[in-house]
Design a protein around this ligand. Sequence first.
Ligand SMILES: NC(=O)c1ccc[n+]([C@@H]2O[C@H](COP(=O)([O-])OP(=O)(O)OC[C@H]3O[C@@H](n4cnc5c(N)ncnc54)[C@H](O)[C@@H]3O)[C@@H](O)[C@H]2O)c1
Length: 692
Amino acid sequence: MSANFEVKGSIAVITLNNPPVNGLGYATRLGIFEGLKKALTKRAVKAIVITGAGKAFSGGADIKEFNTPKSAAEPNLHSVIAAIEGADKPVIAAVHSVAMGGGLELALACHYRVASPGAQIALPEVKLGLLPGAGGTQRLPRVVGVETALNMIVSGNPVPSEKLAGTKLFDQMIEGDLMTGAIAFAEKVAAVRPLPLVRDIKIDYPNHEAYFQFARNTVGAMSKNFPAPLKCVDCVAAAASMKFDDGLKVERDNFLALMMTTESRALRHFFFGERAASKIPDVPEDTPKRPIKSAAIIGAGTMGGGIAMNFANAGIPVTVLEMKQEALDKGLATVRKNYENTMKKGKLTQAKFDERLGLIKGTLSYDEIKNADIVIEAVFEEMGVKEKVFSKLDQVMKPGAILASNTSTLDLNKIAAFTKRPQDVIGTHFFSPANVMKLLEIVRGEKTAKDVLATTMALSKKIKKTGVVSGVCDGFIGNRMIEQYSRQAGFLLEEGCLPEQVDKAIEKFGFAMGPFRMGDMAGNDIGWAIRKRRYAERPDMKYSKTADKLCEMGRYGQKTSAGWYDYKPGDRKPYPSQLVNDMIIQHSKDIKVKRRKISDREIVERLVYAMVNEAAYILEEGIAQRASDIDMVYLTGYGFPLHRGGPMLYADTVGLPNVVAAMKKYAKGRHGEFWKPAPLLAKLAKKGKTFN
Ligand SMILES: NC(=O)c1ccc[n+]([C@@H]2O[C@H](COP(=O)([O-])OP(=O)(O)OC[C@H]3O[C@@H](n4cnc5c(N)ncnc54)[C@H](O)[C@@H]3O)[C@@H](O)[C@H]2O)c1
């Protein structure tokens, strides 16, 4: 049992003991339940204190038991709460450090609550697409008031306990030793009858209808793809207008309904997927790591500067190396400007600004970086340039330094072979803007040492990125899939769509930006350069030529104020371009494709299933370790809609047999070969299985 029981004089103390945060798993619940029984039968015990050992009162549900039968096994949280409410001796919650979710709901069922200042108080269930399901929506408004409770439940954000002092949530704040104070409080109330219960508090909220209408409008506008926040409003409204037990029923029904939604499933998938991504099956978590106390970046271009900022933000000194003073000055000026903008927005203090800039140095000499613990190369995407840089790094860097490349497409094994220490070489594929985007693809070369991989994974956490391991292949996980998506987008233009229709359809599906707006933002010339290489290397791979024609017209995107769309100076808003649309229509004529009306559904299916099919190859080849890793790449680096949980979970939700059936339909059109299901996809669909 994960709860301790002891008797101190006339007070029984039940201490939850399930590190790290006293999650309310089966053994902990049983411990509380049994402890209560014991305390109620012992005549000498006059009152009961419940508290948590270590760093929390309780963080709520035990995530290790999520989705397992143990999470609902008796005594479940409802039974524990009923036992506390039914106790004929006073039960006092002694809250400290963290009381969240089910932990706070447990405390709310106690007759009294005392707390230390500085405890984080929250009902964060909404962040998993749910709502507090053990009375939280009914009891919290009764003690802190409707408006504070609603804010806490809808946002899920923690509030420090001292801010809630003076509400009925806490009967006493305890400044000194919590246990001493809690026991003294328990002795004081031991004989008081009747026992107070939060459920008996009447909510007096005369203007509730107008307030809840206002709340529904604001919450609805802010949470458009997620049903849970509005359901939280419904439950708090029930607390304000119904009898307690009727309100509880509303909460229960809504909780169960939310549990079944694809949106909650997607949020839970993301929560667990991020944790799973950091696990590498053949690299145990206790693998020794190399210390990273200093870093160096080669190249101060678009990526180099942003990557350097990540290290400075994490307090790690970083030196940026360039070939020429001019390029170095330009790169460092961009970094300074980025920090200045953050400061102007009030998100960075002058002191932090000085500290961070002070951690970034520029140099033209390899001598000044040779002692860095990690060096990340972000020079031009050409093998010849990479060769020069890595040969030099091999000569100068201290033994044991990690040599990383930010290449987006080149063969990491070849890059590693330019050195005599391929075991120290790894890929760290950042996404633009590198100081903002959460994703870090960590590319594991054939010879990358396990401690280098473990160190880089730990570093990704330190610099607040979601690290996902990818094997070596062209484009790794993310760009390899996006290439198929882009190819489909091009074919759609040839067959009848215009850029705006494609972008709008996929944006309505939930993508942050459609492929053509994205191309204009990133620069269409980048894809052009990659395609030119493809035409030489893989003549079998067909592309629409519309994108090449666009680049031949000099329309590189926002940077030339013209791309798939027209742009006005100083304005990033895309305006449909007659010139481009005429070019697309003429191109269809030239290649003798009869244009037709294409539905939004077809657009979305073709773009998304093209990625899903490539992802199935990626999974089968072992490039990705697990399906959820692919989803993490797309959710954190490519703007895939969070409420759909990533391409793989989305395909699972649609049903893989349905995905395959749609692909068969599209195979009857042009490019039939494109739609051949990957063997893994075909196999899973046939067996009625899923990726995740
Ligand atoms: N731009 C992106 O969105 C993006 C995203 C992910 C990865 N990448 C990859 O990051 C790398 C850099 O891309 P970028 O967009 O920052 O390019 P960039 O052209 O903006 O910057 C490259 C910088 O490297 C410097 N440089 C070139 N050769 C050098 C050398 N031998 N020694 C020192 N400095 C040298 C150049 O002067 C330039 O400032 C490429 O491998 C690219 O594929 C780019």
